[in-house]
Ligand binder design. Structure first.
Ligand code: ZN
Length: 431
């Protein structure tokens, strides 16, 4: 794995230098050449250190979504083998082609538990992005149509399947059908490789109860990036959100506000550059996932820091101190101030204090409407009235939780605009 560190002079790995050369000289797609030359970067030759690399612009999911897959293809059309559909959790998904040389992952976990009849059970829409050839392991691939899992169970029984690569939802729904057919079936499963959806430790424990003999290993990644993190058997046993990093990517964890590299243990957005995907290479791709790199105490021998996944960045929701803050509630509260403020806002959330005695500090970044001046009375007016208007739970306003000491009085800053453009700004940013 390659990680951008705080050391600005850190040389780039050769794989990354090769990738930059590849996209610059590519005959099939001028996407990066055009994007970079708009910023006056006209050659890949000068990009040699982590600092040089950090001057390249980010790539966002919107740039991929708003583009035909044919306009983001760096290989010959006849070399396309399949198409990957990104998860469409918010709106239109992106489609990316995959060529013959796409780096299929090696799920060593199947070998480690001695599984001989593994199966991939995925929803029909996931299947185009599922891997068919996996380092000499033969997989049965079965569509996990949620309405037809009785049939999937029948196949699992008949094919003597002993391990599954699936999503948490499918694994839970499948259970009822397996048990109905034969209560011994869930006990035959040695490994559940879980991906595609997030799963917390509580849910993971429930799965373990349902499939008592299975190692529940969670993988982390997305269809555009392939796998970023995988769990060894130690991590699979003890955690749901810690992963070993795979070496297919160059990883940056950036402070979501400054774009600077975050240090060990600091939360930030995962930015990944694909080193081995040459059909649709992604350079400085903002995943939108909030992660941190953590000290690796795992005894399995895999080197490098661990990746901890905390959730989503810049999403419309943040969980903090038992409250679920959503951007629509904030928008509603801001309606009171619409004569003064533009719709864009950022709320930076800092968790201070201790887990038993949390103190939540909110920093509101607001944009004044044209013609409205930054004056003390206005700041005080918002400071006084916004906490009364923001209902942070069905029963409580922010004002009330400030009174109870969990939240501090919000800080208010008027700003001209926001640093990162190109994403819908409805941001609750957890630090
Ligand atoms: Zn390990």
């Amino acid at each position: 794995m390659f990680i951008r560190e705080k050391d600005k002079n850190q040389p780039l790995p050769q794989e990354l230098i090769n990738l930059l050369k590849f996209v610059w000289q590519n005959d099939y797609c001028a996407f990066y050449r055009e994007k970079f030359s708009k910023l006056g970067i006209n050659s890949s030759k000068k990009i040699k250190t982590a600092d040089d690399f950090s001057k390249l612009p980010f790539l966002t999911k919107d740039e991929l979504k708003n583009r035909s897959p044919f306009d983001f293809l760096f290989i010959k059309e006849e070399d396309i083998q399949r198409v990957a559909l990104t998860s469409g959790t918010s709106g239109r998904p992106a489609m990316l082609f995959r060529g013959r040389n796409y780096p299929y992952i090696t799920p060593t976990a199947f070998k480690e538990v001695g599984a001989v009849r593994p199966m991939i059970l995925q929803s029909p829409f996931q299947l185009p992005s599922v891997f068919f050839r996996l380092n000499k392991i033969e997989f049965s691939i079965i569509t996990g149509d949620i309405h037809n899992l009785a049939l999937s169970s029948f196949m699992i029984e008949q094919l003597k399947i002993d391990s599954l690569w699936t999503t948490p939802t499918l694994a839970f729904f499948l259970l009822k059908h397996l048990n109905k057919l034969n209560p011994a079936l869930p006990k035959n499963i040695k490994l559940l490789l879980i991906g595609g959806e997030r799963i917390d430790f509580k849910k993971k424990k429930e799965l373990k109860k349902a499939y008592p003999n299975a190692v529940i290993s969670v993988s982390y990644g997305s269809s555009e990036l392939a796998k970023v993190g995988l769990q060894c058997l130690n991590l699979a046993r003890d955690y749901s959100d810690y992963y070993h990093l795979r070496d297919e990517n160059y990883i940056e964890v950036i402070n979501t506000v400054t774009g600077e590299s975050a240090g060990l243990g600091e939360k930030g957005e995962l930015v990944a550059t694909t080193l081995k995907i040459f059909d649709t290479p992604l350079i400085r791709y903002r995943t939108g996932d909030l992660v941190s790199l953590e000290k690796n105490n795992c005894s399995c021998g895999i080197k490098g820091p661990l990746l901890k996944v905390w959730g989503r960045v810049n999403f419309d929701m943040a969980r903090v101190a038992g409250f679920e803050l959503t951007s629509w509630q904030v928008e509603k509260a801001f309606e009171k101030f619409k004569n003064y403020l533009k719709e864009d806002f950022e709320i930076h959330i800092f968790e201070e204090g201790t887990p038993e005695n949390p103190k939540i500090r909110l920093n509101l970044k607001l944009v004044l409407k044209d013609g409205i001046k930054d004056e003390i009375w206005l700041k005080n007016f918002i400071k006084e009235n916004f906490p009364k208007a923001w209902r942070i739970s069905p029963r409580l306003t922010l004002k009330e939780v400030i009174r109870s000491g969990i939240f501090l009085e919000p800080e208010i800053d008027f700003v001209e605009s926001f640093e990162f453009q190109g994403k819908k700004r409805a941001a609750l940013i957890l630090h």
